[in-house]
Design a protein around this ligand. Structure first.
Ligand code: FDM
Ligand code: MG
Length: 223
């Protein structure tokens, strides 16, 4: 803390993960309004953050406008999180809660589905800020595919999403909150609100900010 303006209570890092068309994006914006309504300072972030120059390279790749080696694009996704790390830490320490649509787990699950090594993928994420809450919106890939169909972006294909789902389930540990993404919208909203409020309270009560996968024990898949 380098000035006297920080609130004593820090913000929480809340991450939503799930397949494409699992409902993450609408749930994130609903959660944002709810949390704001309780008087909290909250921001909604998403990864990839397409607004930066790295994000624009990622966006072109996803739109099939460029071709990149699988490791090269993986490194860009990871760099896109690293370039926001300091800002994220400052916001959290200044009392702002951040709701993030996708984080390192997407980075790992999608790249491992393409054949990259899980330990290699995870190692690049070590030292980013650890989420205080990871909510996994769990939905069968077939059901996600039915929801108005996929767009035209790379990865929005049933066969591929099946593989991603498998790797999400490998990453999912006891610290994750799994919410059934097939439930009615309102039921999901309620669970997300309750989980988030509980998390915010714990952070306000002094739960320390941690780094992601900071030790080998935290990262069983790291080499
Ligand atoms: N994606 C997202 C990755 O492959 N790696 C990552 O690190 C992240 C954050 O990018 F198919 C994939 C997941 C998705 C695509 O994401 C674009 P959005 O949420 O649809 O913008
Ligand atoms: Mg998408």
């Amino acid at each position: 803390m380098d000035n006297g303006h920080y609130n004593s209570a820090r913000g929480s890092l809340i991450v939503l993960e799930g397949l494409d068309r699992s409902g993450k994006t609408s749930q994130c914006s609903n959660l944002l309004s709810y949390l704001r309504g309780t008087g909290l300072s909250v921001e909604a972030w998403r990864f990839p953050d397409r607004s930066t120059s790295i994000g624009q390279l990622i966006s072109a790749y996803l739109a099939n406008e460029s071709q990149l080696d699988d490791k090269a694009i993986h490194l860009l996704f990871s760099a896109n999180r690293w370039e926001k790390r300091a800002l994220m830490e400052n916001k959290l320490k200044s009392g702002i809660t951040i709701v993030v649509d996708r984080y390192s787990y997407s980075g790992v699950a999608f790249s491992v589905a393409k054949g990259l090594d899980m330990g290699w993928c995870m190692a690049l994420e070590m030292g980013l800020i650890a989420p205080d809450l990871v909510i996994f919106l769990d939905i069968p890939p077939e059901k996600a595919a039915e929801r108005g169909g996929y767009g035209t972006e790379r990865y929005e294909q049933l066969e591929f999403q099946r593989k991603v789902a498998k790797h999400y389930h490998t990453l999912c540990d006891a610290s994750w909150e799994v919410v059934d993404g097939s439930l009615p919208m309102e039921a999901i909203q309620k669970q997300l609100r309750d989980l988030s409020m509980h998390c915010v309270m714990k952070c306000q009560q002094g739960k320390p900010l941690m780094n992601l996968w900071s030790s080998k024990e935290d990262c069983p898949h790291c080499n």
